[in-house]
Design a protein around this ligand. Structure first.
Ligand code: URP
Ligand code: ZN
Ligand code: ZN
Length: 487
């Protein structure tokens, strides 16, 4: 493999900013320092740019079977879109059908992902529960390198699990050194509100937003946090969209609980007015769960990123075409839930975060890459600019501008929820394990270059929690002089 020298840039990591060149050899970072010699390396000029760890998007659904169809970006177009925007690793969700073996489902995901242009990993979803699932969770962790398990508290009658199943699975995660994830919405309340709205003739896409008020998310988030605490396991809450859910996470963290919240770039930058557009297609294209919220909720999410109560910015990239969305004409509950964002997460967050002074460049790196690398137990292989780390690097030009448009995007769908938004801050170069794939606007991705990233269990937080749990476990009180039974 070629040697590459990234020259004259400013290295920005989650905790440091300094001028240095970066040498890449055999897919890894080989040397970092001032004025490194070229030695026949291909040189990339990073003058005026920041040299940062490539983004990690821990929440994507590529070719996801959902609501009677499949999301339209697969591992090829999805990872190409990610790379174009500076994201060099994605984590998808393996979804067993109810009753299906977790290991069977994994085979399907292994087949789909061979087309990936960048490295990837999987979360395993727990979509049903019995002894087989309990058994297979161990194989998933120990033999397949998957240390995260997702639980849907919504999508009643499809992916949803109940509290008893969730508690059992969380306890299993604790024993295996794995991290449970939750989609936190009260699925029973949502289902009831959906039926009520439809009965009242409220069948348009705005009905989707009305059926999922912030309270259904706040309640479920708090419930999941309490269940995780009782199981003695950390918790990761995906797509945190509102103050009610953020409040529950903030409160738990202040009490010392290990709970991580993940806002999406969509919730940070788009609001609920999208659902009241007179154009049905416009609103339906933005139907996702949880729905977009108002400005107060957005302010809460930004504050969470600034103060550290929220940890990661993701996309939940789950892209459906306009035609697919139209399945829900006359019944909003049939509109496939999901929006795109993989190509736009980094530029949109830079523009609306760093560009407005809400985030520092170091905080930007933390929430797009380093924090999630630590949570997933893949740091510093990923999420770092350090000698020995994988050369997943974005050379980011803070002056480069564009207007987002579906006409020029990599995603396979026919629209973009950020259409018309101006961004300032874009990749000049992107390297995935040392391979230059975005070269000053030219896309040179290689299908199949991406490799599965195994993740070890028992990260430090699990160990700390299990030590504490053992210390405070119920213990029988040994008594002398027990009185005779009263019976
Ligand atoms: N978020 C969404 O609407 N679609 C993808 C599936 C999920 O994450 O809930
Ligand atoms: Zn979800
Ligand atoms: Zn999702």
């Amino acid at each position: 493999m070629t040697t590459t020298l990234i020259r004259n840039g400013t290295v920005v990591t989650a905790d440091l900013t300094y001028k240095a060149d970066v040498r890449v050899e055999n897919g890894r970072i080989a040397e970092i320092g001032p004025n490194l010699s070229a030695d026949g390396a291909t040189e990339l000029d990073a003058s005026g740019c920041y040299v940062m760890p490539g983004g990690i998007d821990p929440h994507v659904h590529l070719e996801m079977p959902f609501m009677g169809t499949y999301s339209s970006d697969d591992f090829e177009s999805g990872t190409r879109a990610g790379l174009a925007g500076g994201t060099t690793m994605v984590v998808d969700f393996c979804l067993p059908e109810p009753g299906q073996s977790l290991l069977e489902a994994l085979k399907r995901w292994d087949n789909k992902s061979t087309r990936a242009n960048c490295d990837y990993s999987f979360h395993m979803a727990v979509t049903w529960w019995d002894k087989q699932v309990w058994d297979e969770m161990e194989t998933v962790v120990k033999d397949h390198g998957i240390n995260t398990f997702k639980h849907f508290m919504a999508y009643k009658g499809a992916l949803m699990v109940n509290d008893d199943e969730m508690f059992a699975s969380f306890q299993r995660c604790a024993a295996l050194g794995a991290l449970p994830l939750v989609h936190a919405e009260n699925g029973d309340v949502v289902a009831t509100l959906q039926q009520k709205l439809l009965a009242e003739g409220n069948d348009g896409p705005e009905g989707h937003a009305y059926s999922r008020p912030p309270e259904v998310e706040g309640e479920a988030t708090n419930r999941a946090i309490m269940i995780a605490d009782m199981a003695g396991v950390p918790l990761y809450v995906v797509h945190t969209s509102c103050e009610q859910a953020h409040e529950a996470i903030r409160r738990a963290r202040q009490k010392g609980m290990r709970v991580y919240g993940e806002p999406l770039i969509q919730h940070l930058t788009l609001d609920e007015s999208e659902y009241f557009n007179a154009d049905w297609d416009h609103s339906a294209r933005r139907v996702m769960s949880p729905p977009f919220r108002n400005k107060q909720h957005q302010d809460s999410l930004w504050a969470g990123l600034q103060s550290g109560s929220l940890s990661v910015v993701a996309t939940d990239h789950c892209a459906f075409t306009t035609e697919q969305k139209r399945t829900g004409v006359g019944d909003f509950t049939k509109i496939p839930n999901g929006t795109g964002g993989l190509e736009d997460r980094m530029p949109m967050l830079w523009t609306h975060g760093v560009g407005t002074g809400r985030l520092t460049p170091n905080e930007f790196v933390a929430v797009t890459s380093t924090n999630i690398a630590k949570i997933l137990n893949i740091y510093p292989k990923k999420g770092a600019i350090l000698v020995g780390a994988d050369a997943d690097i974005v050379v980011f030009d803070p002056e480069k501008e564009k207007t987002i448009s579906a006409d020029s995007q990599q995603s396979a769908i026919d629209y973009n929820v950020f259409e018309g938004k101006k961004v300032k801050g874009l990749p000049r170069y992107v390297l995935t394990r040392g391979k230059l794939v975005i070269d000053d606007g030219a896309v040179k991705t290689e299908e199949g270059h991406g490799k599965f990233v195994k993740r070890e269990p028992f990260q430090a937080v699990n160990k700390a929690l299990s030590t504490w749990k053992e210390l405070v476990a119920p213990r029988k009180v040994e008594r002398s002089g027990i009185p005779a039974s009263g019976v």
